[in-house]
Design a protein around this ligand. Structure first.
Ligand code: SF4
Length: 173
């Protein structure tokens, strides 16, 4: 069964949060690219440190198959106030709120009958000491959001603005 998101209801829901903007994307507009993983591997200190990062997120092919299973996606950004843009510590402290917001949006979509796969901005730091390097399973798989860059996605912005409806290929109804 194909479900369709009620945009009015969705906008009423997100109005209570500091969501700066959102777009409905076709997953066909998401490029899954090897070079993003290479950047992860060569440039990011979190590579191989959590279940939310490569290589734990799976091979490139597995990531692409997982994404393509969904016809469309909700992509959004949130805003947070900081006193100094150069203060990285303060910037990072705003991240928890964005993660909670991401969880709330996913919960809303699930309640509307959609199957969801939630990605977020960074690696996971729910636990002080991630279980991955210790060879143990993730302690909070229901709360952990794999990093969107870790899934090697690059978004084609040019097609954002023609989307007015969302259709997911599968629903839980
Ligand atoms: S929830 Fe904990 S164990 Fe799971 S990925 Fe995040 S930090 Fe690691």
């Amino acid at each position: 069964m194909t479900a369709e998101l009620n945009i009015d209801k969705f906008e009423d829901f997100i109005a209570q949060y500091p969501i700066f903007e959102y777009r409905i994307l076709n997953t066909g507009d998401l490029s899954v690219e090897e070079r993003v993983r290479i950047v992860c591997q060569q440039e990011c200190e979190r590579y191989g440190s959590t279940w939310a990062c490569p290589p734990a997120v799976g091979t490139l092919k597995e990531c692409e198959e997982r994404i393509r299973k969904f016809g469309q996606a909700v992509f959004f950004s949130s805003v947070a106030e900081v006193s100094d843009l150069m203060n990285m510590q303060e910037m990072l402290q705003t991240r928890a709120a964005h993660e909670e917001l991401t969880t709330e949006v996913a919960r809303f979509l699930k309640e509307q009958g959609f199957e969801t796969f939630t990605l977020s901005t960074e690696s996971c730091d729910i636990c002080e000491d991630c279980a991955y390097p210790h060879g143990k399973p993730c302690r909070h798989p229901d709360r952990m959001h794999p990093s969107r860059p870790a899934i090697e996605t690059r978004i084609s912005f040019s097609r954002w603005f023609i989307k007015t409806k969302i259709r997911f290929p599968q629903s839980q109804t």
